[in-house]
Design a protein around this ligand. Structure first.
Ligand SMILES: *Cc1c(COP(=O)(O)O)cnc(C)c1O
Length: 224
């Protein structure tokens, strides 16, 4: 691992793009099929701007309120950017989430699915949506249980939600490759093409196992 503290965020991001592309090629994948979400939680506009200036346009935040405090202004300054919600969502924040974000990775229970479906209809918007799967079946962690994913996907569709793919956050103490392979298999079985997986410590592994979105924060911006 390169020490991100020695790099500027744009340089770190460029290096990560190169490593993702190499990992994708190693497994015969098109590097363009792996999208790098730069995760900006806890970082302010002054940290984010150099990366925007360098041309990056795909970002992730894990809290609605925090995103609201920095992204509307950045959006007006840097056209064409795409913002993904990667953190847990409360149904009372669904309205703001649909207003602020272009994608949500954390659909994981009927109440959230319903709240998002209602807001998409009300606001006349389409977002890219992912179901979060608790692949490690950790009781404290968000996400639908693997065995319930097919039924939950069907339920989302009855609400009119168009689900693009699956997302996971593997248990910290386990080999992420096992979880990435599992999520890729599950998505394949369900006919879903997008896979949100891989963070600073394992984005190359994720790219090798089929990630179409990797979510990288500290390796770009430094430790939080
Ligand atoms: C913070 C966060 C990331 C990025 O984590 P890093 O280890 O800083 O790369 C990815 N996914 C989710 C859901 C996060 O909350």
């Amino acid at each position: 691992m390169t020490n991100p503290a020695l790099h500027s965020p744009p340089a770190a991001l460029a290096e990560i793009e190169t490593r993702i592309a190499a990992a994708a090629r190693e497994t015969g994948r098109d590097p363009a099929s792996v999208h790098l979400i730069a995760v900006t939680k806890t970082f302010g506009a002054e940290d984010i701007r150099p990366v925007l200036e360098a041309g990056h346009r795909l970002f992730g935040e894990n809290r609605v309120q925090e995103a609201k405090s920095k992204w509307p202004e950045l959006r007006t300054l840097y056209p064409g950017l795409t913002l993904h919600l990667i953190g847990p969502l409360q149904s009372n924040k669904a309205r703001e989430a649909v207003e602020l974000f272009d994608a949500i990775h954390t659909i994981d229970r009927p109440k959230i699915a319903k709240a998002i479906a209602d807001e998409l209809a009300r606001q006349g918007k389409r977002l890219q949506l992912f179901i979060q799967v608790n692949t490690g079946e950790e009781p404290q962690k968000a996400g639908i249980a693997p065995k319930d994913t097919a039924d939950f996907l069907a339920h989302c569709r009855t609400l009119g939600l168009e689900i693009a793919g699956l997302m996971c956050i593997p248990p910290v103490e386990e080999d992420p490759a096992v979880h990435f392979a599992f999520l890729a298999k599950l998505a394949g079985d369900l006919g879903l093409s997008e896979l949100s997986m891989g963070m600073s410590s394992d984005f190359e592994t994720a790219a090798q196992f089929g990630a179409t979105y990797v979510r990288v924060g500290s390796a770009i911006f430094g430790s939080r």
